[in-house]
Design a protein around this ligand. Structure first.
Ligand code: SDX
Length: 427
């Protein structure tokens, strides 16, 4: 018999099995708790709840460790590519050269979107937030791909996954083009996944677009840093939507909607706006005090994390990527100095030290994306583009689990107990 934990409830002594993973916290299997005690666990925000079993991504928040199928994010960011990391997340192992070439070829053959889908953009205002457009367009994909929405068919699941990974750059670039009134470009499959995206975003029909290798590499690395991250809010949204049997396009649209929030993926946009509001380093102390003031809703965007109570390893890589892009484009941005000074001051402030608040993946990403040329409202779109591979990998892992059931949490009810209806004439 494996380890057990004991629980005494209403005079009964109960035991629940402890399940061990390959690494990380063990879990207490409480699936029989309600049937045996008539009680639920209570964990709003899921601070102590494992919602599933997964073999994709492991995070040790205390040590600042992030592994994708066992490989450290720092090594993947340094030596891998987004396409290779996508293959790894989807298939569990690093690909051979042939496997990688075949995967890249397959993805490249799904980069176009249905011509009628381009008309959907016309329904939006030009100043619509591109995340609103992403929610609409990705959700609408299920109206075009009925041949890959049977989630019980592994082949259709694979095609839908490839379509989503392949089309996100095209959809995202088109959202940007629509916002600036420029023509949408078709994919050029002679380019890399990331080079294709950069050209569709910044290229114009009137001239050849030259992909700058250093920018392509930096963008590709940024995609790697955002690919997957265990059971974060948007991934949990995708899993919950998928647990009802919803088609994968609808599930990813749900994930995009959740990612948009400023507490989650929207923090990269909010962080750069915050840095712009702070402006110069001499104004940092005022904002640090505001962040510490319980009566002030202001928070340091790009700081803090539910899991990382040490440095977010992605932030480290992102900071060095800022320098690379500045050098490649021969640009500077005083906000980078402000960001580094803000980090230095915050990390030496007792409040941030006591609450273990460190920069997260969103703290520096805005500075580098802005240097590459993206407007602030495109930052979360880029996060969604990259996280799509994590979402579809997590969705596939869940759907292919024969024991999967619909997710249906319960509650602690604190509303009125039963009472009789009072006719209007008597109220
Ligand atoms: C992402 O989950 C993931 O993996 C997400 C992500 C991914 O890859 O999917 O990593 C991507 O979403 C990164 C996080 C981006 N969000 C932000 O940068 C927004 C700013 N940060 C926070 O709002 C906050 O830190 C969260 C949402 C990230 C985490 O929230 P928690 O875990 O619920 O923590 P909390 O809000 O309960 O904060 C704990 C304490 C609080 O003080 P007390 O009530 O204990 O006195 O720390 C304080 C908070 O007030 N605090 C902050 C702060 N973050 C937390 N104070 C000032 N500034 C901040 N940024």
């Amino acid at each position: 018999m494996g380890d057990q934990v004991k629980l005494s409830a209403d005079g009964a002594d109960l035991e629940y099995p402890v399940l061990k993973g390959s690494v990380g916290p063990e879990v207490i299997d409480i699936r029989k708790l309600y049937g045996q005690t008539g009680k639920f666990t209570f964990d709003p925000g899921f601070t102590s709840t494992a919602s599933c079993e997964s073999a994709l991504t492991y995070i040790d928040g205390g040590e600042g460790v992030l592994l994708h199928r066992g490989y450290p994010i720092g090594q993947l960011a340094e030596s891998s590519s987004f396409m290779e990391v996508s293959y790894l997340l989807l298939n569990g192992e690093l690909p051979s050269q042939d496997e990688l070439s075949n995967f890249e070829y397959t993805i490249s053959r799904h980069t176009m979107i249905h011509e009628q889908l381009r008309h959907f953009y016309q329904g939006f205002r030009r100043d619509a937030h591109p995340m609103a457009i992403m929610c609409g367009i990705v959700g609408a994909l299920s109206a075009f791909y009925h041949d890959s929405t049977d989630i019980t068919d592994p082949e259709q699941r694979k095609i839908a996954s490839h379509r989503l990974i392949a089309k996100m750059p095209t959809i995202a670039a088109a959202a940007y083009k629509y916002s600036v009134g420029q023509p949408m470009l078709y994919p050029d499959n002679n380019l890399s996944y990331t080079g294709n995206f950069l050209r569709m975003t910044f290229g114009v029909p009137a001239e050849e677009y030259e992909v700058i290798p250093a920018v392509e590499k930096a963008m590709d690395r940024i995609f790697i840093l955002h690919a997957d991250h265990e059971q974060n809010a948007s991934t949990s949204t995708v899993r919950l939507a998928g647990s009802s049997g919803a088609n994968p396009f609808a599930c990813i649209a749900a994930g995009i909607a959740c990612l948009w929030g400023p507490a989650h993926g929207g923090a990269n946009e909010a962080c750069l706006n915050m840095l712009r509001e702070i402006g110069t380093p001499d104004r940092i102390p005022h904002y640090i005090e505001r962040a510490k003031d319980k009566n002030d809703p202001f928070r340091l965007m790009g700081f803090g994390h539910r899991v990382y109570k040490n440095y977010d390893p992605r932030a480290t890589v992102m900071q060095s990527t800022v320098r690379e892009v500045f050098e490649a484009l021969n640009v500077q941005d005083p906000l980078f100095e402000t960001a580094m000074r803000l980090e230095e001051i915050a990390l030496n402030d007792p409040y941030f030290i006591e609450k273990k608040l460190f920069p997260n993946v969103d703290f520096y990403s805005g500075v580098v994306l802005s240097a590459i040329g993206f407007p602030t409202d495109m930052f979360t779109v880029l996060f969604a583009l990259a996280r799509t591979v994590g979402w579809v990998a997590q969705w596939n892992e869940m759907i292919s689990d024969p024991g999967q059931r619909i997710g249906r949490p319960r509650q602690l009810y604190t509303g009125p107990t039963q009472r009789d209806y009072v006719p209007l004439s008597q109220r």
